[in-house]
Design a protein around this ligand. Sequence first.
Ligand code: EPZ
Length: 421
Amino acid sequence: MKKFIIEKSDALSGKISVQGSKNSVLPLLAATVLIKGKSRLHNCPELSDVRAAVKILESLGCTVERAGDTLTVDASEITGNEIPQELMSEMRSSVMFLGAILGRTGSAVLSAPGGCDIGKRPIDIHISAVSDLSAHTRRECGKLFFAAENGLKGNTVTLAFPSVGATENMILAACTAKGKTVIYNAACEPEIADLVSFLNLAGASVRMYGNGLIEIEGVRQLHGAEYTVMADRIAAGSYLLAAAATGGSLTVNNIFPQHIASLIPVLGKMGCKTEIGDNFVSVSAPKRLKAVSRTGTMPYPGFPTDLQAPLCASLCRAEGDSVVTENIFEARFKHVPELKKLGADITVQGKTAFIKGVPCLCASRLNALDLRGGFALIIAALQAQGTSEIINTEHIDRGYECPEKVLTELGAKIKRVEDYG
Ligand code: EPZ
């Protein structure tokens, strides 16, 4: 097991460039399965979820080489259509290989996906999406078998919810389906735009209108392409909130402000000064943040659910009462009992957390239970008097590349302890 040791830190300050986006590189890696040839992805972060995706590609017969932050995937030969159970349980996003495997081989075998414990995380919308493209599904011995005997056929589909993963699966499956696919109520997160840009570079014909409408003209086959993964907007927002929580100042240098546009006004309500440019966002925080009366997570461009836990942690010491509502996942407050160990005054009722700002937090031994909740514990521990420990940091390593290095450079007192038994 691994842990972080964190002491109360002075105001974080400095400039950073954030890692490549975890939630973009994963669907991009899945997309390489559609390409009978070599693809090259730059700015790929070193994360355990990326390593899991590479293992899935290799289990399908692809070869993958990493040189620095570049991954080269050769999917000339696909020798399988099943994602091994242990890899499916290692990472939730493995479900997004479904569309690409189906599009390439005409069949796929999946077991229940794994990933963060932030809710039931069903895949019914994924299943209905590929079924709408003429794939038949049957469940047997805990596995799902998909097959499109006569190939996938384009269709007009309305998603029950703008699911990010289901939208990505639909796009991947429709790229080489016969005919045109129109998706209504699609998700429009920036990571999906990144996927569409890569696919079109590889010869696909996808148009994303940004209002939940996506149109795909099926093409016969895709060819290899080279692409640079977008910066991780959730990592950027997480570090900006960490700086704000410590009364510090931070510039994130390689981020498109519109990718986290919904965070900027929230930082302003917290009493921070913000500055944005073409590709940077800066925050400068007061010694003590102000409470934010109401924030609710929503699909893009709303406030991202992935920043809900970091926001809660940043508001623990704010002056006044804050209310944060989680509208996307039904069990994404696992960080609250851990924050309360530090002395935070938070009550959760249904999908809403009521946070009463306290003047100070006191160090404790904390348990990371999921990816973003784990980072929230770092933000809280940086504010807590004394020395805190966070165990099970494997969850954090799924989505943040060496957070202890990034934070130390900004003045944080944090160190990683490996294998303490
Ligand atoms: C993606 O997950 C992200 N993961 C998540 O980031 C992110 O929180 C989420 O989108 C929402 O933005 C990756 O991109 C790898 P959804 P995904 O399908 O696709 C329900 C992180 O911390 N739903 O948009 O799984 C679902 O239960 C991770 O980086 C169904 O009911 O999210 C949830 O309540 C966490 N049936 C809601 O929709 C389905 O078939 C949104 O899920 C699919 C989803």
